[in-house]
Design a protein. Structure first.
Length: 190
């Protein structure tokens, strides 16, 4: 017997949120609080400036190992060698309405600059915040379903590709956040 699964909710970007917090130690994920609830009093809600979010859970790769001899079905003896689990990745595009939207999250305090200016340098040990925590939450339109994806002790690996997107003159910038598999969480409310 074949069972058909029918989605009960409709997920729309208008019902989503993205929180970032630096340093990551400001957010504590526990079994007593939802992932999104962990950001209730800390961090920055940046969903009003984000589009094109992609979440890639940790992946496990397998490599085929050829061995000597044949099995009982006349195939060469082989096995799958499991490789270490990869990192979780969050990529998104910021639509910048103003400057310094996430620079202080990535780079910490700005360095010396002329009066009235803020100057940042990525990768400087003197200004880097180290780790961040991030959480993407979506609510379904027609039901009370909720999905949340959280990244703890995460690192920004990309802040770049700054561009004017077209005739509408949006100033956009891509960013990428990664974390270890042990620091990636997802939960569903149904």
């Amino acid at each position: 017997m074949v069972t058909t699964r029918t989605p009960t909710g409709l997920w729309e970007a208008r019902n989503g949120s993205l929180y970032l917090s630096a340093p990551a130690s400001g957010v504590t994920f526990s079994n007593a609080t939802t992932l999104s609830g962990s950001f209730a009093s800390v961090g920055f809600a940046v969903e009003a400036a984000v589009k094109n979010i992609t979440i890639t859970p940790p992946e496990t790769a397998y490599e085929k190992q050829d061995l000597l001899g044949n099995d009982s079905n006349s195939f060469q003896n082989q096995l799958l060698d499991e490789k270490p689990v990869g990192m979780a990745t969050l990529t998104a595009t910021m639509v910048l309405a103003e400057d310094e939207t996430i620079e202080n999250i990535i780079s910490g305090t700005f360095s010396s600059a002329p009066t009235g200016y803020s100057r940042y340098q990525l990768g400087s040990d003197n200004t880097s915040n180290g780790t961040v925590a991030a959480c993407v939450t979506l609510l379904s339109k027609n039901t009370a379903n909720q999905a949340s994806f959280a990244f703890d002790n995460a690192k920004f690996t990309k802040l770049g590709d700054t561009r004017i997107s077209g005739p509408d003159s949006h100033w956009e910038q891509d960013f990428t956040v990664v974390c270890l598999p042990k620091d990636y969480y997802y939960e569903f409310k149904n």
